[in-house]
Design a protein around this ligand. Structure first.
Ligand code: PEP
Length: 246
């Protein structure tokens, strides 16, 4: 039952927003009243600034983290440091990380373990490409990403984000039926095959061209517990409307 689950509107700012835009955004959302969790993932270099500017009801997270706390990993961001900065969560396995940086299941599994060890909530992203959808492989792909990335992880601190790759940043949104079917499958799969929290309690978010205009319909599906939002989370008015319409 959805009513038992936590709901979220998570903004993934990717490599966007300068300090002026961040200051304006966090000021504008400072008195946001919402029944959903309001989380924002800025560039890692801006986490510290966001922690100083944000109001209490906003949580800040990272878009990625390393699979180790320290060591010879030039250019990486340690999950330990992300935690020390005060961040609450980290996105792992975003399709841009999987495709542009060749992050595979094994690395994502290690990153998830390390992030959880550092008491960060993990927003674990999965999703199929258009080619895989057209080949009727949606469930196969989701099952493999879930099983390989989260196999023996026994934690309450994992949120799943279903993000069909063909819908990310394209303006094409999955229909509530397409998203709903995938979410139902994911919940059933967690129930049968994973050790995460009770599948009925696990929040599963949808991501892929979510906007204030379509979030209500998406979230009306019983298995959709919020959105992981890129473009429409950049402007405060739009982010506030996402919360109001969700
Ligand atoms: C994302 O960044 O995870 C995303 C879904 O982007 P957009 O909302 O712009 O499609």
């Amino acid at each position: 039952m959805k009513t038992n689950r936590e709901t979220y509107i998570i903004g993934n700012w990717k490599m966007n927003q300068d300090l002026g835009a961040i200051t304006h955004f966090l000021d504008e959302v400072s008195d946001l009243k919402t029944e959903h969790h309001a989380w924002i993932a800025p560039q890692a270099l801006h986490i510290d600034k966001c922690m100083k500017l944000k109001s209490e009801h906003i949580q800040i997270g990272a878009q990625n983290c390393a699979h180790e706390d320290s060591g010879a990993f030039t250019g990486e961001n340690s999950p330990k440091t992300i935690k020390e900065l005060g961040a609450h969560f980290v996105i792992i396995g975003h399709s841009e990380r999987r495709s542009l940086y060749s992050e595979g299941d094994e690395l994502l599994y290690k990153k998830t373990l390390k992030a959880l060890e550092n008491e960060l909530v993990v927003v674990f992203c999965i999703g199929e490409t258009l080619e895989q959808r057209e080949a009727n492989k949606v469930e196969e792909v989701l099952a493999s990403q879930l099983l390989n990335g989260l196999r023996d992880i026994d934690s309450k601190n994992v949120i799943i984000a279903y993000e069909p790759v063909w819908a990310i940043g394209t303006g094409v949104t999955a229909s509530p039926e397409q998203a709903g079917d995938a979410h139902k499958f994911i919940r059933g799969f967690i129930d049968k095959n994973l050790k995460l929290e009770d599948a009925q309690e696990t929040s599963i978010l949808y991501g892929g061209s979510v906007k204030p205009e379509n979030i209500e319909e998406l979230m009306s599906h019983e298995d959709i517990d919020g959105g992981l939002v890129g473009g429409a989370s950049l402007k405060p008015d739009s982010y506030i409307m996402l919360h109001k319409n969700a």
